[in-house]
Design a protein around this ligand. Structure first.
Ligand code: ADP
Length: 425
C-alpha cells in the first residue's frame, strides 16, 4: 500500500470516528432534550456547544422557551383553578363543569354533598354519578341551545327522590378545535317540593272531610225546602236532627283545624304557669266521669306521690288528657276499664292512658299521629272523630318539650304515653 493510500485511509477512519462521536453526542443530547421536554424542565445541554452545533443550540433554546412558557401557563391555570374551587366551595348552590364528553371536570362541595358518588374519582362520567335520564336530556338540550333557562329535575339518590332546579350554560371554547364545556348550577328544592306535596295532600284531605257533611246538609235542606209542607212532622224533625248532627261535625272539624293551625303557627300562644299536674289530671278525670259517654266505663286513676308542680299550659294539657281519654272511651265497648297513670321517671313525668279495647295494628302505631290518619275511617266518623285529635296531642306535647307515643297489642288494648321533661318541672 502506498503511503498516499495509507494516509487517505487514516484520514477517512479518523473522520469516521469523529463523525460517530458527534453522532453519539447528538443522540445523547437529543435523548436528554427529549427527557427534559417530557419532564417540562429546562434543557441544560450547553456542555459542548461547539460539538453539538449552532442549529442544535437554537433548537434547545426554542425548546427551553416553550418549556418555560408552558410551566408559567400551567402555574397560572392551577392557581386560577384553585381560586375558582375556593369561590365555588363557598356557594350554597351545587356547581359543576362538564367537558365535551360529559365528564365532570369540576364539582364544588355542595354538589359533592348532594351526590356522594362525585367525590374522589376525578373526571367521572356524569351518568355514573347522577341517576336521571331527565338531567341527561337537559344537558343535551343545553348543548344544542334548546334548553329552557331553568328546569326542575328529579334525581334518585339512595332510593329517595331529590329535586333540583337546574340552570345550564355553555362555556365558549378559547382554543380552536377544543370541545365545548358546559357549566351547571343545581339548586336543591327537595324541601319545598315535599312541603308542596304535604300542602296539596292536606287541602285534598280537608276538602274531602268537609264535603261529606256539607253534601248531607245540602241534600236534606233541599228536601225540606221543596217538601216541608207536605211532609209529616216526624220526618222533618228527623231531617233537622240529621242536619244538626252534620253541622256539629263540620264545626268540630273546623275547630280542630283552627287549633292545629294555631299550634303550628310561629306564635302558638303557650301560657306556662306553675300547676300541680296531679291535681290537674284528677280534675280532668272527674269531669270526664260526669259525662254520659263515660257512663258504662270504669276510669281508674293512679298517681305517684312525686307527680307535683310543673310549669305547663293547663288548658292545653287538659285538651291532651281529654283527647286521649275520649279516644279510649270511643274505641272501647261499655264496661271497659280505662287506666290513667302518672309517675316520676328519670327524664321527667310520664302520663299513660291505657284501655283494654281492640288496640291498634303495629304498622299504624306511628301514623295515627298524622293529620286525618285513621285506622278505621268508618268507625272514627261514626263516633264523631275528626282524625285530628292525636295530631293536636302531639303538637301540644312537643310545645312543652316532651314526646308522645303509643303502644298496643292488637286485641288487648292500646296505651298512649306522654313524657314531659324535668326542665319544665
Ligand atoms: P279520631 O278523631 O279519628 O279519633 P285521632 O287523631 O284522635 O282521630 O285518632 C286517630 C286514629 O287512631 C283513630 O281514628 C283510631 O283509628 C286510632 N285510635 C286512637 N285512639 C285509639 C284507641 N284508644 N284505641 C284504638 N284506636 C285508637
Amino acid at each position: 500500500m502506498s503511503n498516499f493510500l495509507l494516509v487517505l485511509l487514516v484520514v477517512v477512519v479518523a473522520f469516521l470516528i469523529a463523525t460517530r462521536r458527534r453522532l453519539r453526542l447528538h443522540r445523547e443530547a437529543l435523548r436528554r432534550l427529549g427527557q427534559s421536554l417530557a419532564r417540562r424542565q429546562a434543557f441544560l445541554g450547553e456542555e459542548e456547544p461547539g460539538v453539538l452545533g449552532l442549529e442544535f443550540q437554537q433548537l434547545c433554546g426554542t425548546a427551553n422557551d416553550l418549556i418555560i412558557g408552558y410551566n408559567r401557563l400551567s402555574q397560572l391555570s392551577n392557581s386560577q383553578l384553585a381560586q375558582i374551587d375556593t369561590t365555588l366551595g363557598s356557594l350554597k348552590e351545587a356547581v359543576m363543569v362538564l367537558d365535551e364528553q360529559n365528564r365532570i371536570v369540576l364539582a364544588n362541595g355542595a354538589l359533592r354533598a348532594i351526590f356522594p358518588r362525585s367525590r374522589g374519582v376525578p373526571q367521572q362520567r356524569l351518568e355514573l354519578v347522577m341517576e336521571s335520564r331527565q338531567f341527561l336530556d337537559y344537558v343535551t338540550a343545553v348543548r344544542t341551545g334548546d334548553a329552557p333557562s331553568q328546569q326542575e329535575v328529579e334525581f334518585t339518590e339512595d332510593g329517595s327522590s331529590l329535586w333540583v332546579e337546574a340552570t345550564g350554560a355553555l362555556i365558549p371554547a378559547i382554543d380552536q378545535g377544543a370541545g365545548t364545556w358546559a357549566l351547571f348550577v343545581l339548586h336543591d328544592v327537595t324541601r319545598q317540593k315535599k312541603l308542596e306535596g304535604l300542602r296539596r295532600e292536606f287541602v285534598a284531605n280537608v276538602s274531602h272531610e268537609l264535603r261529606t257533611p256539607l253534601s248531607v246538609i245540602k241534600g236534606y235542606v233541599e228536601t225540606l225546602v221543596d217538601g216541608h209542607r207536605a211532609m209529616p212532622v216526624e220526618d222533618s224533625e228527623k231531617f233537622l236532627l240529621t242536619i244538626q248532627r252534620h253541622t256539629e261535625r263540620l264545626n268540630s272539624i273546623l275547630e280542630d283545624l283552627l287549633t292545629l293551625s294555631r299550634l303550628e303557627s310561629s306564635n302558638p300562644g303557650l301560657k306556662l304557669e306553675r300547676i300541680h299536674l296531679g291535681t290537674l289530671i284528677s280534675s280532668v278525670v272527674e269531669d270526664v266521669r260526669r259525662r254520659p259517654a263515660a257512663g258504662g266505663h270504669e276510669l281508674a286513676l293512679k298517681l305517684d306521690a312525686g307527680v307535683g308542680e310543673m310549669s305547663l299550659d293547663s288548658l292545653k294539657i287538659t285538651q291532651v288528657l281529654e283527647n286521649l281519654i275520649d279516644n279510649a272511651l270511643k274505641y272501647t265497648s261499655h264496661g271497659s276499664v280505662v287506666e290513667i297513670q302518672a309517675k316520676l321517671v328519670d327524664t321527667g313525668i310520664e302520663v299513660c292512658v291505657r284501655d283494654n279495647g281492640p288496640g291498634i295494628p303495629a304498622e299504624d302505631l306511628t301514623r295515627i299521629f298524622e293529620r286525618f290518619y285513621r285506622v278505621d275511617k268508618g268507625r272514627s266518623r261514626e263516633k264523631g272523630g275528626t282524625g285530628l285529635g292525636l295530631s293536636i296531642v302531639k303538637h301540644i306535647v312537643q310545645l312543652h318539650g316532651g314526646r308522645v307515643w303509643a303502644e298496643s297489642e292488637p286485641g288487648k288494648g292500646a296505651a298512649f304515653f306522654l313524657r314531659l321533661p324535668q326542665r319544665t318541672a
